[in-house]
Design a protein around this ligand. Structure first.
Ligand SMILES: [Zn+2]
Length: 112
């Protein structure tokens, strides 16, 4: 377990989404993907979690997640709100970071 992972596990266990208020499992926490890309910084210590991918319950979207970030994940729609246009040069970085989050936290989360 690397230092980022140790920090993330203590900061984001049982954390709630700042958009919808539901629990955010590690593997769907947008902040952890940010952390993979940028490393841990002071902002992360105060960050609330946020769903990365949209969350559905009985076919109804209960949280849009973070469309500006999720748009980089394969199969997700582009963010059409205008403020965060798709940057092809960022695609590989985001996909690799998300893959690392799934590897690190996916199997053992227990936080869903
Ligand atoms: Zn949410």
């Amino acid at each position: 377990m690397d230092i980022n992972q140790t920090v993330a596990k203590s900061l984001f266990a049982d954390c709630r989404c700042d958009k919808c208020g539901d629990l955010v499992p590690f593997e769907n926490n947008a902040v952890l993907v940010d952390m993979e890309i940028n490393g841990v910084d002071i902002g992360h210590l105060f960050a609330q979690g946020r769903h990365l991918m949209p969350v559905y319950e009985d076919g109804v979207m209960i949280c849009p997640g973070s469309p500006s970030r999720a748009q980089y994940i394969k199969g997700q729609p582009r963010d059409t709100r205008g403020s965060y246009p798709y940057r092809l040069e960022d695609e590989a970085e985001w996909r690799e970071a998300y893959a690392r989050v799934l590897l690190k936290y996916g199997a053992e989360s227990g936080n869903a």
